[in-house]
Write a protein that binds this ligand. Sequence first.
Ligand code: CNA
Length: 283
Amino acid sequence: LKTHVFGEANTPPTLSHLASLFKTKKYSKILVLTGAGISVAAGIPDFRTAGTGLYSNLEKYNLPHPTAVFDIDFYKDNPAPFVMLASEIWPGNHLPTKTHAFIKLLSDKGILLRNYTQNIDGLEVLGGVPEEKVIECHGHFRTASCTSCGSPMDVSLVSKSIIEDGVPPVCAKCGGIGKPDIVFFGEDLPSVFHGNINRDVKEADMIIVMGTSLQVQPVAGIPDYVSSKVPRLLFNREHVGNFDTSEYNYRDIFEAGNCDDGVENFCEMIGWGEELRTCYENA
Ligand code: CNA
């Protein structure tokens, strides 16, 4: 067993190693990578949890395969399933969780380098994380555009069409169909992702991954791009990615369970328990 990133040999790294270094302010450029799991406690189902996840509950849409609902070519030919789903998941009815409060706290303390989120629910910004600290890798519902000519579309008309009328929005310029600017399979990620990711992974001195199955590239690769000297902390219900739990592990910590519980426990360990509660209650 080699000496681990917390400076000790012959023992696997633990959360308390990390917490004690955290308290010395060793980490000041923390990259946070989040997914649908962090919003499950807000009442928004994730994709891949068997039984409750969206992919287990799409029978009514009669899809060839679950991911078709977010496939750009499928949508152009058959918009009805996404229109139905979008009317159900359109943001506005959910509040940020303790995990969102933790990300805000990291930002308030000046040690959040960036939060790369795969979520499209907007709860990071609603929870008070400054917009410049959040990269919504898979887009959001705040703007909309045409899938044919790319022209921006009035999002209030797009939401009315989808939520009230249950029909796909039509572009006034070319007659193509529109959609909110969430990223479908087959579409590129927003330029803000490409413009920041290379620098951020180089600068990060710690990465925290929460509530993601790490199945969707390129975001799923982010934990692999940070320096090998960087500790990697995973709060998730299940083990994902290549977080090392073997005897050779020298930098990974996997806290299994609900991320809100993991975050609360970690905050108690670093003396932030009270601040986390206040931050969560005031969000
Ligand atoms: P996913 O593939 O559904 O994986 C979710 C992961 O979180 C799984 O590993 C779960 O075990 C885990 N998990 C579920 N609940 C919790 C919890 N309370 N605490 C800790 N872990 C939990 O979702 P990903 O984000 O990895 O997949 C990427 C997709 C999902 C993105 O493109 C998103 O746009 C999309 N998505 C977003 C939302 C949202 O915005 N809230 C909801 C559903 C899907």
